[in-house]
Design a protein around this ligand. Structure first.
Ligand code: ATP
Ligand code: MG
Length: 335
């Protein structure tokens, strides 16, 4: 659980201190007042990345050379720093420098914004990355298998372009097979436990790439085409509602509901497996919902997560007990 945070020189936020409610914190303010920036700063402290941009430099307040985000949590003090000209990103846990992978497992932060709905709406890659994120935040061993797999895959790709001997590529296939076995096992496990927790009629289907064939059996064609044709990076997932593919057949509102069901069960799983309540950052949560749906979905996720949400109208959340953070418009700030 996060208790309070201090954000300095992060985008529009010169210096901002925030107290969090254990269940719901509402960040309210007009457009451009810094609501998304607060969620972005929290997210950065948990995984060393932005959910908006790959360019960390952009996150530093104009004309400044560094930013810093400190968060007090139940599990200790998180302190994320970035500075120029070194372009150095550092995260400290209780004053000790920590690897980012270790932090994101220990402090699972999830972001949910308009773009996250691509997980159920857009191409298969979004879904694949989403489940990678869930598994990485659940098990450090998954991150290791994934990064071992990626390194071996990059090597194999390079070698295919260089047209080296078969046995050299086969040696990399052995490494890939080893990681592939672990990744498949964990992905199968995740989808089967989530399916047990999901409401009736909603299901996740995991479709491993070429599960019955060895990677070596693709070698001849791969050498000819100089691309990799099978392996864990080509695994797919599908969301089903009443047995039908959600991406193809569900309405936009139904897709959103399925996504909230999935997110809620993910939160439940963290509780079950790790005994922790992860943090869910909801950006512009109410923008697409009618009031009834908003209340229902918020009730759903609040049972499993500590929720921090942004809105332009905090009155909409008056029926929920919450901590309110009110931001001023840019003009009023400057006066
Ligand atoms: N590096 C930066 N330094 C200073 N200000 C910045 C920087 N990057 C963006 N901004 C300003 O930060 C503000 C954007 O903040 P943010 O996206 O957090 O707003 P918001 O409250 O979420 O708005 P909306 O309701 O439109 O989503 C804008 O006013 C933008 O001009
Ligand atoms: Mg915003």
């Amino acid at each position: 659980m996060i208790r309070n945070c201090r954000i300095r020189n992060f985008r529009i936020l010169t210096e901002k201190e925030i107290q969090f409610d254990p269940n719901l914190t509402v960040i309210s303010g007009p457009n451009g007042s810094g609501k998304t920036s607060i969620l972005e700063a929290i997210y950065f402290a948990g995984c060393g990345r932005s959910f908006r941009t790959r360019n960390v430099q952009q996150l530093i307040m104009f004309s400044k050379l560094w930013f810093r985000v400190e968060i007090d949590t139940d599990n200790g003090h998180l302190d994320a720093r970035y500075r120029l000209p070194e372009k150095q990103k550092e995260i400290f846990l209780n004053e000790e420098r920590e690897k980012i992978a270790a932090i994101s497992t220990q402090f699972p932060f999830f972001i949910l914004n308009q773009k996250s709905l691509d997980v159920v709406r857009a191409g298969r890659r979004n879904t694949y990355l989403f489940f990678n994120k869930v598994l990485s935040r659940l098990f450090p061993a998954y991150i290791q298998a994934l990064s071992g797999y990626r390194t071996a895959l990059n090597n194999k790709r390079l070698l295919l372009k260089k047209m080296v001997r078969n046995d050299i590529i086969q040696a990399w296939n052995r490494v890939l097979e080893e990681h592939r076995m672990k990744l498949t096992k964990q992905r199968k496990w995740l989808t089967s436990v989530l399916n047990k927790l999901l409401p009736e009629g909603v299901e996740i289907e995991y479709l491993p790439s070429q599960p019955d064939k060895s990677l070596d059996s693709f070698l001849l064609v791969e050498q000819e085409k100089q691309i990799v044709l099978a392996g864990s990076h080509l695994d797919r997932y599908r969301f089903l509602r009443q047995g039908k593919d959600v991406r193809e057949f569900s309405s936009s509102g139904q897709q959103k509901k399925v996504f909230f069901d999935v997110i809620t069960t993910v939160g439940h799983l963290f509780h079950q497996q790790r005994g922790i309540k992860p943090v869910l950052l909801l950006d512009d949560f109410d923008s697409e919902f009618d009031k009834t749906n908003m209340v229902r979905n918020l009730d759903l996720v609040m049972g499993q997560f500590q929720v921090v949400l942004t809105t332009t109208d905090h009155q909409r959340f008056s029926r929920f007990q919450h901590q309110l953070v009110q931001l001023k418009s840019e003009e009023r700030r400057n006066n």
